[in-house]
Design a protein around this ligand. Structure first.
Ligand SMILES: *[C@@H]1O[C@H](CO)[C@@H](O)[C@H](O)[C@H]1NC(C)=O
Ligand SMILES: *[C@@H]1O[C@H](CO)[C@@H](O)[C@H](O)[C@H]1NC(C)=O
Ligand SMILES: *[C@@H]1O[C@H](CO)[C@@H](O)[C@H](O)[C@H]1NC(C)=O
Ligand SMILES: *[C@@H]1O[C@H](CO)[C@@H](O)[C@H](O)[C@H]1NC(C)=O
Ligand SMILES: *[C@@H]1O[C@H](CO)[C@@H](O)[C@H](O)[C@H]1NC(C)=O
Length: 416
């Protein structure tokens, strides 16, 4: 071993003296993790089902009719509402201007100015193109600029395309904009006049510029029993953070089934309980950091409701159980690739200590699984949202167009 090392050092020394190594050797950790803060809007969460169903509709429509600009227009959802958000701090430009962005794997544009119009940093360059990004009942219209963005000290991405909003409607909370880290294809038709151009995401550019050594993003969130402002997760650019998961990461290709194939999409089969009651057969859907609930196709939802004996709460629309029924609730099993992942009874419910925060009662237990609003078999049969992502580590590997998943220390955790 020492012989090999000294040989390597010798080789490096001789290469240096030959001028082959123009720069000193810098050993860098080329995976960079950003902490995320979770925000819960308790007013918004009372509408969580409407908000999530509206988002599901818009995610489906956005890729199916990119030119059409059709709003999800569910009509009944107040536009300035959100249920939960995961936020990161970044800076843009030089001198740096700080912003708080919502991390979104369900879109791929990065932009600023959600809360108020922002002046471009002096270092930014206007590309002359305009930008139009739609999210369900929310929309941003603005201009495309190019500048540097610093995700964390040590990860400054140059020449990043970003939007500066001239108008942004429907973005509530303390966010300044969106950090879209989904597949680049989701930027299709967001620019004008070059509508057919794709816009490389921050992950794409960080990799292209050699700032990270894998073209992939790892996502970790822990479940929380408090309502707001908790640092409970991290987004890792450059690959999975192996301190955040247990056992092996299981990879499989991004689903080929349209329209889930445009997203961080996968095939999964869901069964309920020890008897393996079928809930959803091998069908395509997506994971999404912008959705709170775990939404499943209407027929799967009906099977789940029947299996659990739950009923919709007349006020907050979520399924509810009595404590006695909850004592009999069994796990859901997700077969993804060759492995099966368990979503325990505790992982299927809204934290009971927070029932009053959502307008619920302490006499019931509320379930976080609900109806996506369309039947199965149409290529968009589930959204594995926050409820799912707080129990499993996931990876979007753009280089190999694959999805990875592993258990975490929170998969079987009991949250009060
Ligand atoms: C971001 O900045 C805000 C305000 O300075 C701070 O409260 C928060 O903890 C920071 N971190 C994240 C991940 O948002
Ligand atoms: C950014 O773009 C400028 C102008 O096109 C180019 O000179 C520079 O090398 C680019 N920087 C990186 C890191 O790609
Ligand atoms: C929470 O959502 C409600 C509507 O559901 C909205 O009026 C309010 O502004 C939101 N609160 C925050 C802090 O964004
Ligand atoms: C539109 O795309 C073409 C080809 O990629 C490019 O040459 C042109 O500069 C782009 N236009 C703008 C306004 O960026
Ligand atoms: C996913 O399921 C669909 C059928 O629902 C199938 O056509 C496809 O081959 C499956 N696998 C992948 C990787 O998409």
């Amino acid at each position: 071993m020492f012989a090999k090392l000294s040989f390597t050092l010798c080789l490096l020394a001789s290469l240096s003296s030959l001028g082959v190594l123009a720069e000193p050797i810098v050993i860098r950790d080329r995976r960079v993790s950003l902490p995320t803060v979770k925000r819960v809007n308790t007013t918004g969460i009372a509408n969580v089902l409407k908000i999530d169903q509206s988002r599901a509709k818009s995610l489906r429509n956005r890729v199916q009719n990119p030119g059409l600009r059709a709003r999800a227009s569910s009509g009944s959802v107040p536009i300035t509402s959100y249920a939960t958000q995961y936020l990161v701090n970044v800076t843009i430009g030089d001198p740096p201007m700080p912003f708080r962005l919502q991390v979104d794997t369900g879109s791929a544009n990065t932009w600023f100015g959600a809360a108020k119009i922002i002046r471009a940093p002096t270092s930014a360059k206007d590309t002359g193109q305009s930008l139009d990004v739609e999210y369900g009942d929310a929309v941003m219209l603005g201009e495309e600029w190019v500048d540097q963005i610093t995700l964390t000290p040590g990860l400054t991405i140059h020449n990043q395309s970003m939007g500066l909003a001239l108008a942004a409607v429907g973005f509530a909370g303390e966010i300044d904009g969106i950090l879209g880290i989904g597949p680049e294809v989701l930027t299709y038709s967001t620019l004008f006049p070059n509508q057919t151009s794709f816009i490389p995401t921050v992950t794409d550019n960080a990799f292209a510029q050699g700032l990270i050594n894998e073209h992939s993003v790892g996502i970790f969130f822990a479940p929380t029993a408090s309502i707001d402002g908790v640092t409970n997760g991290e987004v890792s650019f450059g690959g999975a953070d192996d301190t955040k998961f247990t056992g092996d990461l299981n990879y499989m290709p991004i689903t080929t089934t349209y329209p889930s194939s445009r997203y961080v999409g996968l095939n999964q089969t869901i069964t309920y309980g020890a008897s393996k009651l079928p809930i959803l057969s091998n069908n395509a859907g997506i994971t999404d950091t912008g959705t709170t609930l775990l939404l499943i196709a209407t027929d799967a939802f009906q099977a789940y409701q029947a299996a659990t004996g739950s009923e919709p709460d007349p006020d907050i629309a979520l399924l509810r159980l009595t404590p006695a029924q909850f004592a009999n609730l069994e796990s859901l099993f997700f077969t993804i690739g060759t492995e099966t992942y368990e979503l325990t009874p505790n992982a299927q419910i809204w934290p009971r200590a927070l029932n009053s925060a959502i307008g619920g009662s302490d006499d019931f237990v509320y379930l976080m699984i609900n109806d996506i609003g369309t039947p199965s078999g149409y290529g968009f049969d589930f959204i594995d949202g926050m409820t799912f992502l707080e129990r499993f580590y996931t990876v979007y590997d753009a280089a190999q167009n694959r999805f990875g998943i592993a258990n975490t220390e929170f998969t079987y955790a009991q949250v009060a």
